[in-house]
Design a protein around this ligand. Structure first.
Ligand code: ADP
Ligand code: MG
Length: 742
């Protein structure tokens, strides 16, 4: 009975102004109850004090032209969504060919500025609904055309209702909700939506329950939850919106950190680890035979690792270090430690080619140490694979190198003491857990192997704290030797002849060069053809007297290896390649990296590619070639403003810095953490309010608080923490929480 009654209250169609059609449209977006409406937050606000005039907007857009500005502003933004209010001065239809047309609305706002709104589709609808004289609210992305005029292509527009206009003029702030396609076709408009949300607030605000304790609210000066909801929907002023958002951000990240703290605490407390004696004769022998001395950071990290592995608890450590910072040798010394203690180790790479590289590097290093290394990757012949599996099972194999294939359920380890994962950012939390489980099988029931994850994607500390919140973090900042920073320059294709001359001069000094082309072709065959064509052309017309090699993705790994070896042994002066050289190959004598069509590459790829040179004490150079008319090329209609800006920022960033941490920060801003870190599979919740890139301070604070609460009260059993316990259980009911059932 009670159920029934509750359901009825929540039926949106009975709310005044909704009805069945509109209710069905909302249901398509998952909004069924009034409470769902309360959780449907505005994406922006119409606020008289914040809305810019068309005139000032034009000035701002001109200032934001990134190609002109130097250096890149730290707070650049790609999505320059703006809201403006104006009157339609003129409505004009233009016809092209037989049945193509566009609708252009000219907008003025009395500031002396003007803008055009352009619609390519639904032109009849817009023409009829928005005649000249109408006052409208426009939200979208303004662009400056080549004459310096503001254009909006297909923005959201709505008529400014006289009542709304009045309250706007009086200084009231109006929420702007995201309008989905289904809402639009379901007869919703902003004004009705606002009214319905307003009544939902009146009826249902009382059902919003506080989930933070009083002491936290006080300590961090947080608004309570009901106030925050009300303000986010219907603020009295824009300052309080900031406060409400702060509260919601804090709440989001706090419970996630609380969850991480609980998990870390319980795993430290409950899982015994193998105790590894740091005195390892073979690690010492390798250390003493190295052709270089380890950097201070490398030594520091090795110390942190050996301490971890000696502590009696399983190690869970993330090792961050830029490309070329020397993570491999650190992990290898660690592995030898574990092997000398009588355990096996496994090192996993995300791709077969990387696994192969590790395999060969490791074999070279441990040649004289009487250690057995095996390789386990997909696509091995059954017989070979079975032999490898036997060696792993019997314990004859000390080191297993491979891809995720090495953790398939039919792989049995004798006693796996350490799992090393390279390029961690490609694996998620869940996968890490799974690996651990599989490792555990080989040990005594309750013992868990040590885990070292390595990442060459340096990410800002606050982010790594969130993303890898249950890991301890080690960082290698310092590069080996006194490597000189690589000089980087963006060049136009017309300048290529002088770059070729430069390369020839370098070759005269017995140095070598990479010339990279992007993989632009869809099909493998075409791709191969284009790589070969570039190669032939360069070889014949530009470098007839130099020796050129070719490397592309369609070669077998051993062919690539062979080519790289020939290059390494200076059999080639120039290596013409596709991006296959991206992953960790080392040619210390190469001093030039020329990247063609560089505007097509992502920032992290550019950084990785550049990392192929500058690996010795020689001065190295990186040239980022792009089309002459690139600035305008990218302005074509097919290229989104955002893409063009992003390309410019990427290239300029490369010119401005070689620091991987800086670069990754820019990359994060450009692509968002989801794309950069693969957060979807990383176990990171999707936050509605928190911005992982910008909200570092909030993350730090919330994390510190969460961890100290769990340190003090691991199972949240104290009365003052009951409210937190309930919330964390609700939010993470699908995850194992390791709580006592009290
Ligand atoms: P990454 O961290 O990108 O995996 P690598 O481990 O492949 O880097 O190391 C890059 C290169 O630097 C390798 O050739 C390695 O032998 C060399 N190297 C590592 N540590 C040092 C050091 N302390 N001094 C000089 N060279 C080093
Ligand atoms: Mg590496």
């Amino acid at each position: 009975m009670a159920e029934n009654k509750k359901e009825k209250i929540s039926e949106l169609q009975y709310i005044k102004g909704v009805g069945p059609v509109r209710a069905a449209a909302l249901a398509k977006d998952g909004i069924i109850t009034q409470k769902d409406l309360l959780n449907y937050f505005p994406r922006d606000y119409i606020d008289r004090n914040a809305i810019s005039s068309l005139k000032s907007l034009a000035v701002k857009l001109r200032q934001d032209d990134l190609f002109e500005s130097k250096p890149i502003p730290a707070d650049f933004s790609l999505k320059n969504e703006s809201i403006v209010i104006g009157q339609i001065a003129e409505s004009e239809e233009k016809h092209f060919g037989k049945n193509k047309k566009l609708l252009k609305l000219s907008i003025t706002d009395g500031s002396g500025g003007f803008a055009n709104i352009i619609f390519w589709s639904f032109t009849d609808y817009y023409k009829k609904t928005y005649p000249a004289g109408e006052i409208i609210v426009i939200s979208g992305r303004p662009e400056l055309d080549s004459y310096g005029r503001i254009n909006f292509h297909h923005p959201e527009i709505e008529k400014f209702h006289p009542d709304d206009e009045k309250s706007y003029r009086e200084g009231r702030i109006l929420p702007v909700y995201p309008m989905t396609q289904s809402m639009k076709s379901g007869k919703w408009n902003m004004r009705v939506l606002r009214q319905v949300v307003y009544s939902a607030i009146e009826n249902q605000l009382g059902t919003i329950k506080e989930n933070l304790s009083d002491s936290l609210l006080k300590k961090y000066k947080l608004l309570n939850r009901q106030d925050s909801f009300r303000i986010l929907h219907f603020p009295d002023n824009i300052e309080e919106v900031g406060k409400a958002k702060f509260r919601m951000k804090f709440e989001e990240v706090f419970f996630f950190e609380l969850f991480l703290a609980i998990r870390q605490k319980s795993s430290k407390a409950s899982e015994p680890g193998i105790i590894i004696d740091p005195k390892s004769p073979r690690a010492r022998r390798l250390f003493e035979s190295l052709p270089f001395t380890l950097t201070k950071d490398q030594k520091k990290v090795i110390n942190e690792i050996t301490k971890d592995m000696n502590s009696g608890n399983p190690m869970n450590r993330l090792l961050q270090g830029d490309v070329g910072s020397g993570k491999t040798i650190v992990s290898l010394l660690t592995m030898l430690d574990v092997i000398d203690n009588g355990y096996q180790v496994a090192i996993m790479a995300p791709t077969e080619i990387l696994a192969e590289q590790h395999y060969h590097t490791i074999i070279e290093y441990i040649e004289d140490l009487n250690i057995n290394v095996v390789q386990l990757i997909g696509g091995q012949k059954t017989k070979a694979r079975n032999q490898v599996l036997d060696k792993i099972k019997s314990g004859e194999a000390n080191i297993v190198v491979g891809t995720h294939a090495m953790f398939e359920s039919n792989v049995e380890y004798k006693n796996l003491g350490l799992i090393v994962i390279d390029e961690q950012h490609r694996f998620g939390v869940a996968q890490r857990g799974l690996l651990k489980k599989l490792g555990e099988k080989s040990l005594d029931k309750a013992i868990v192997p040590h885990m070292l994850v390595m990442s060459a994607t340096p990410i800002p500390r606050t982010l790594s704290m969130t993303l890898y919140g249950d890991l301890d973090v080690s960082v290698i900042r310092e590069m080996p030797l006194n490597r000189k920073p690589i000089k980087t320059k963006v060049i136009f294709e017309s300048q290529l002849p002088s770059i070729y001359d430069f390369i020839k001069d370098e070759i005269k000094k017995a140095h070598q060069a990479f010339i990279v082309f992007p993989l632009v072709e869809k099909s493998e065959k075409l791709e191969l053809k284009s790589a070969v064509e570039h190669f032939e052309k360069l070889k014949e017309t530009i470098f007839p007297e130099q020796k050129c090699g070719l490397l592309h993705g369609q070669m077998f790994w051993y062919e690539k290896e062979e080519t790289m070896k020939l290059f390494l042994n200076k059999h080639y002066d120039v290596l013409i390649a596709t991006t296959v050289i991206e992953v960790g190959i080392d040619i210390p004598n190469a001093t030039v990296m020329l990247i063609n069509n560089s505007e097509r590459f992502g920032l992290s790829t550019l950084h990785q590619l550049r990392g192929r040179v500058g690996r010795s004490e020689l001065q190295s150079y990186c040239f980022l070639a792009t089309k002459e008319n690139y600035k305008y090329e990218l302005r074509k209609k097919e290229v989104k403003e955002e893409e063009r800006k992003a390309a410019i920022i990427r290239l300029k960033t490369m010119e401005e810095t070689t620091d991987g941490f800086n670069i990754s920060e820019v990359d994060l801003k450009l692509r968002g953490p989801g794309d950069v870190l693969g957060t979807r599979q990383s176990g990171l919740p999707s936050f509605k309010f928190l911005d992982l890139v910008k909200d570092g301070d909030i993350i730090t604070e919330a994390r510190r608080e969460a961890f100290s609460i769990i340190e003090d009260d691991p199972h949240l059993r104290k009365p003052q923490n009951e409210i937190l316990r309930n919330e964390v259980i609700t939010q993470y009911k699908n995850d194992k929480l390791y709580f006592d059932i009290a």
